[in-house]
Design a protein around this ligand. Structure first.
Ligand SMILES: [Fe+2]
Length: 232
């Protein structure tokens, strides 16, 4: 009888420990990052209404759905539900990509009084001249690629951290730049989804692309470049 009680107690203790382990293993979630400027601070290049909707509604939705998909993935993995694990991959890529891309985009922009629109300086400025001939040529190329992109997506200036070369790429939907090459690191990303410009520019994407450079925060891009390509 005594032995039985001990065994029962031991089982109960083990079960409690298991429960504690499950309870202490909390799932990492993501949240909407704050902007370092007011919604209206990028006017007239980008209206405050667009910025508020874009940040509070669109980016928030990517974050919410990313967290939801990760929670479902966690549940599916703990049950060994392989079909559901595979099924969730597209939602994770789309919403996770949306979160990653927009988090970069907000840092790529700055009000004029915080340096928005000031041309790149230092090592990145030199590298642009070397790889593209001039900043104007780079801007023209990115605008042309952004305007030509069919449907929704992004146009990027990135650096290949192996070859140290600058590259211009486009990605569809919310694919991050890394989907075009594992060595590519984004310096600047321009959102060419209609939600980024339609309320102000209607269907004239080239006008949005022309004006977004007036609030481009090259200082951020230069810092990323220096981190990825430290000068010897
Ligand atoms: Fe967007």
């Amino acid at each position: 009888m005594a032995l039985r009680t001990l065994a029962a107690k031991k089982t109960l203790t083990t079960a409690r420990q298991g429960l504690a382990l499950i309870q202490s293993r909390s799932l990492q979630t993501f949240s909407l990052p704050d902007l370092s400027y007011d919604y209206g601070a990028l006017e007239p290049a980008i209206s405050g209404e667009i910025m508020q909707l874009h940040h509070q509604k669109h980016h928030q939705t990517y974050v919410t759905n990313y967290d939801k998909a990760l929670e479902q993935l966690d549940g599916a993995m703990s049950k060994g539900d392989a079909p559901t694990v595979v099924k969730l991959q597209s939602a994770i890529k789309f919403n996770g990509g949306g979160h990653i891309n927009h988090s970069i985009f907000w840092k790529n922009l700055a009000p004029v009084y915080q340096g928005g629109g000031e041309p790149p300086k230092g090592n990145l400025g030199w590298r642009i001249d070397e790889d593209f001939g001039s900043l104007e040529t780079l801007v023209q190329k990115m605008n042309a690629e952004g305007a030509a992109l069919q449907g929704s997506g992004w146009v990027w200036l990135g650096v290949d951290k192996e070859s140290k070369k600058l590259v211009i790429e486009t990605t569809a939907n919310q694919d991050p730049l890394m989907t075009k090459g594992p060595n590519l690191v984004p310096l600047l990303g321009i959102d060419v989804w209609e939600h980024a410009y339609y309320l102000q520019y209607k269907n004239v994407r080239p006008d949005y692309l022309k004006n977004v450079w007036k609030v481009m925060h090259w200082k951020y891009a230069g810092e990323v470049y220096d981190k990825e390509c430290p000068q010897l």
